[in-house]
Design a protein around this ligand. Structure first.
Ligand code: ATP
Ligand code: MG
Length: 586
């Protein structure tokens, strides 16, 4: 049993949607049953903004023992496709959610919506209008001045019924007639000035084929679908706030007082810095080949993030961390990166890879001998065990880990200095070999056989530990180094003579060859790794045993954590990481 104080504290930590829902449960509204839905339009792949909405809706259903429908909002025949339907289902399942029963489609309700429309014509709440789109716009008025009534507004019921039937049968030309709701041409809310309910479209629909020649407008279809499904809370993004009076008006016309009446609640959509999220813009990036498809790892799509190496858990944690707000805001991309680092730090096995190789010959190590050394798979997870890595006379280290005239604080390799090779031995550099231009092309070193495993034999200390890969036994692989797709924090910011395409980062993908330890040959597609001292990577979809390809998910550097740890660089009144986590439920 909770005492009062605990109860109050719990309430405070709820977000505003949870508060509304808990009040409704407490007052036994709809018998305390919670039914929500996620209603994507199948006209593109889902993006990280949708992921937020998915986590919210499916999360509420989980939390309150309710149900969450998946409803494809397929009222726009020309832009929709089954490819999108399939990708949407896949992405939701991958995120770890289960929809209630079978997926639903607004197109399932076309007949019922049509009947609602006839009912409204009969009750003088709708009429067939013969104005063109231009005329309708002309008659609409402005936010500060009232509109004018359409000349067809008061036509007889029978006439509207007859024409609506003809529209349905395909006997009327597109753009010459529409069905409109009869509300108020002087309403201060422009959306209530006799909005369109149906328009004529003779396109094939991906599910209903050529059955229909008229299609309901979003505003007429959406709330009615919610009602037909018994949705208790219809959660949508803020831009629909001023649609709510219309949502309610339509329900007033058709809803049965004994049935569940859906309540629309709006929250702020997710905006991310350095990211474009509009499906129209994402489609443009794909169609014009600025990226390699919807699942290009630079895309903010769920499929792109998956291919990049993001995990479902990291996206769910991110959604939790940012919470739900009532006002629009922009979330720093660093927060998304913080969450994937946190998750991969726990689950990604460590491997060694060298991106810019510099050969080191260990002169006192026997020629043609290779030994297998033990390496820990994940210091964060003992159960991940160990693996063997080959070590021999010739190895590669990173070019940047050697410096000829090194400053005092350079703790890596320089002639005469000793460093530790991770999991291997202490080595001391004895000589740098140069080409005719004076560039260092190879190093000579000696090793201390007593320092096996990288352990000091006599307590002497070395400051630097380097990663390395055997030059004799390794795999040569391709690595895609992905970076932000856009250079500017706000890619859609309007600048004269420029479009968002001008903000594309030309360095967003660099592909390099790299050497990795042989154990990576057996990696599975999508498997995550931390390449020590470099970053998190995963093997790409196109990777094969003969041609290994890795994608960089994220670098090791965590600018968000750094920013918050130092305290100084905090942005926009944010708390530190821990504070972030606590903040989520505000
Ligand atoms: P876009 O603006 O990217 O084209 P949309 O709103 O047209 O997206 P829908 O398929 O209609 O895309 O969206 C399905 C659901 O996802 C809707 O309930 C919508 O509110 C929600 N949603 C879309 N974008 C975001 C976002 N950036 N943040 C949170 N929720 C979103
Ligand atoms: Mg939409």
């Amino acid at each position: 049993m909770h005492n009062t104080e605990e109860k109050i504290e719990e309430k405070v930590s709820l977000n505003f949607i949870e508060q509304i829902i808990e009040e409704d449960i407490e007052s036994n509204k709809n018998k305390g049953e919670i039914q929500v839905r996620f209603p994507p339009e199948p006209n593109g792949y889902l993006h990280i903004g949708h992921a937020k909405s998915i986590c919210l809706n499916f999360g509420l259903a989980e939390k309150y023992n309710g149900k969450c429908n998946l409803r494809f909002d397929d009222t726009n025949p020309e832009k929709e496709d089954t490819e999108y339907v399939d990708s949407i289902k896949k992405d939701i399942e991958w995120l770890g959610f289960k929809w209630n029963n079978e997926p639903l489609y607004t197109s399932n309700y076309f007949e019922q919506l049509y009947q609602f429309a006839i009912q409204m014509i009969n009750s003088k709440k709708a009429y067939v209008c013969e104005q063109t789109a231009e005329e309708i716009a002309d008659f609409k008025g402005t936010p500060t001045s009232p509109g004018k009534d359409s000349p067809w507004r008061n036509r007889p019921i029978e006439e509207s019924l007859e024409l609506f039937e003809k529209m349905k049968k395909g006997e009327i030309e597109e753009g010459t007639m529409s069905l409109r709701a009869k509300i108020d041409m002087a309403s201060p809310n422009m959306l209530l000035r006799d909005p369109l309910m149906y328009r004529i479209k003779k396109d094939e629909h991906h599910r209903t084929g050529s059955e229909w020649n008229i299609y309901p407008m979003y505003d007429f279809a959406h709330g009615q679908s919610d009602y037909l499904e018994g949705i208790s809370h219809s959660i949508c993004t803020l831009e629909f706030e001023n649609h709510r009076p219309l949502y309610d008006w339509f329900l007033d016309q058709i809803a049965d007082a004994n049935k569940v009446r859906p309540r629309q609640i709006e929250f702020a959509r997710l905006n991310l810095s350095y990211t474009v999220m509009s499906k129209r813009k994402l489609l443009q990036l794909v169609k014009e080949n600025h990226v390699n498809g919807w699942d290009d790892p630079r895309m903010p799509t769920i499929s792109g993030l998956r291919r990049r190496g993001y995990t479902p858990e990291s996206l769910r944690n991110f959604a939790d961390m940012i919470g739900v707000a009532k006002r629009d805001n922009i979330i720093e991309l660093e927060k998304l990166e913080y969450n994937i680092r946190e998750d991969l730090n726990k689950r990604a096995e460590r491997r060694m890879a060298v991106f810019n190789p510099l050969k080191v010959v260990i002169t006192n190590y026997p020629e043609n001998e290779i030994e297998e050394l033990d390496a820990v798979n994940n210091p964060e997870d003992e159960s991940a065990g160990k693996r063997k890595i080959p070590f021999g006379r010739e190895i590669y280290i990173e070019q940047e880990d050697f410096m000829e005239d090194a400053p005092k604080k350079f703790f890596r390799l320089t002639v005469g200095k000793e460093v530790r090779l991770r999991y291997a031995y202490f080595i001391t550099c004895t000589e740098a070999i140069k080409d005719e231009n004076g560039n260092v092309v190879e190093l000579r070193a000696t090793y201390d056989p007593e320092s096996k495993g990288g352990k000091s034999p006599d307590g002497r200390k070395v400051k630097g530990t380097l990663h390395w890969v055997s030059a004799q036994k390794n795999e040569k692989v391709k690595v895609n180094l992905y970076d932000r797709l856009f250079k500017s924090e706000d890619p859609l910011k309007e600048e004269e003579g420029k479009t968002f395409l001008d903000n594309i980062n030309p360095e967003s993908l660099k592909t390099i060859d790299a050497f990795v330890e042989p154990s990576l040959k057996n990696s599975k597609i999508g498997e995550h790794f931390q390449f020590e001292r470099i970053g998190y990577f995963c093997s790409d979809l196109d990777s094969t045993a003969n041609k290994l390809i890795f994608n960089r998910t994220v670098t090791l550097k965590d600018s968000w954590a750094k920013m918050t740890k130092k305290g100084g660089g905090q942005q926009k009144g944010q708390k530190g990481q821990k504070g972030q986590k606590k903040q989520k439920k505000n």
